[in-house]
Design a protein around this ligand. Structure first.
Ligand SMILES: Cc1cc2nc3c(=O)[nH]c(=O)nc-3n(C[C@H](O)[C@H](O)[C@H](O)COP(=O)(O)OP(=O)(O)OC[C@H]3O[C@@H](n4cnc5c(N)ncnc54)[C@H](O)[C@@H]3O)c2cc1C
Length: 306
């Protein structure tokens, strides 16, 4: 219930103005976000990389409403890919893209063109791109763009949300040679008609999706902080005879950092999803929605003066 309220607030412009205008403690945002600029992102990528962690960098921004905004976001990705390459942080660092930030909502052709330019730059920089998955109205368009991009950039990957009823079937289709699929639970407020609502049903769907991915020839990316699902993923990897370089774990920056390092110590690839930029509101609200226990901390930060 609380999760639904927080996710509804994530879509409310009134709450957004209130939160962004409030003296939210910098520490709260910093806990989940590398910083405002690409320099912050690079510094943080370097520090994670020095600890043996791989990175996927996300330039924060969604709900893009104009071609100029989409262009600016694409330009930022091109610049940060050059910077990652120059700093020799590729291939350990790749980028994650939200197609909505590239204009998908009002012009999916334009979003495709921008994504294509970013994939070409990533390829020049010796790394790749993963498409984030957003609300369910964009799933078909995102998968269609993925398939078009993969013709020239076969390493491009995509996120799939276990809470969607369609995802088990999608995973079966996407479990093909070379395809990188990031399996996550899903972070948006979705209706019962398209998404499982209870934690148990979402977790059971996650395991079915995981089975489909782990049993196929693709490259599964297990994006969860859930200890039970991590143990099941390790079990499935053993069962399907996958070595540690034939799949990877992924977690969000700032969430369970000790567990991230524990998995690195075991020899797994652990990729940290690292957001940066000033448009942190929607991202932060989704993180709070996942862990309402943080809400008290958040409300105290909202009232604080620093
Ligand atoms: C790399 C990555 C990329 C993602 N990309 C997308 C995407 O493209 N689209 C999308 O919709 N969603 C995305 N997500 C978000 C995802 O869908 C979930 O909302 C988010 O990961 C929380 O789900 P969970 O699997 O960690 O399980 P939860 O059910 O939230 O948590 C399960 C358990 O994990 C542990 N845990 C979780 N959070 C914490 C914490 N803060 N501190 C300590 N323990 C914790 C607890 O034991 C908890 O009970 C992504 C997540 C990751 C990790």
């Amino acid at each position: 219930m609380l999760r639904k309220v927080i996710l509804a607030a994530a879509g409310s412009q009134r709450v957004e103005r209130l939160v962004e205008g409030a003296p939210v403690s910098r520490n709260l945002v910093r806990r989940f976000v590398a910083g405002n600029s690409s320099d912050d992102a690079l510094r943080c990528t370097r520090s994670l990389s020095d600890q043996g962690l791989a990175v996927t960098l996300d330039f924060l921004g969604e709900d893009t409403v104009s071609p100029e905004q989409a262009e600016a976001t694409a330009g930022e990705y091109l610049r940060v890919l050059d910077a990652l390459h120059a700093a020799e942080l590729t291939p350990a660092a790749e980028v994650s893209l939200k197609l909505s930030a590239l204009g998908q909502v009002f012009d999916d052709k334009q979003a495709y063109e921008h994504a294509r330019a970013i994939c070409a730059k990533a390829s020049e920089a010796g790394t790749t791109v993963t498409l984030d998955m957003e609300d369910h109205t964009t799933t078909d368009s995102t998968l269609e763009i993925l398939h078009r991009l993969r013709v020239d950039f076969p390493t491009v990957g995509v996120a799939i949300q276990a809470y969607l009823r369609r995802s088990e079937a999608d995973c079966r289709e996407l479990a093909v040679e070379g395809l990188r699929v990031r399996l996550c639970k899903g972070a948006y407020k979705e209706p019962e008609s398209v998404a499982f609502q209870s934690r148990l049903d979402v977790d059971k769907s996650y395991v079915r999706c995981l089975n489909a991915l782990m049993s196929g020839p693709g490259y599964p990316m297990v994006a969860t902080h859930d200890p039970r699902l991590i143990a099941i993923a390790e079990d499935r990897a053993r069962w399907f005879d996958r070595s540690a370089d034939e799949f990877e774990f992924q977690m969000l920056f700032g969430v369970r950092p000790d567990e991230q390092l524990r998995l690195v110590d075991l020899g797994y690839t652990m990729r940290v999803y690292l957001p940066y930029g000033t448009q942190w509101y929607g991202y932060l609200m989704r993180r709070l929605g996942e862990r309402p226990a943080n809400l008290g901390f958040f409300l105290r930060a909202l009232r604080s003066r620093d």
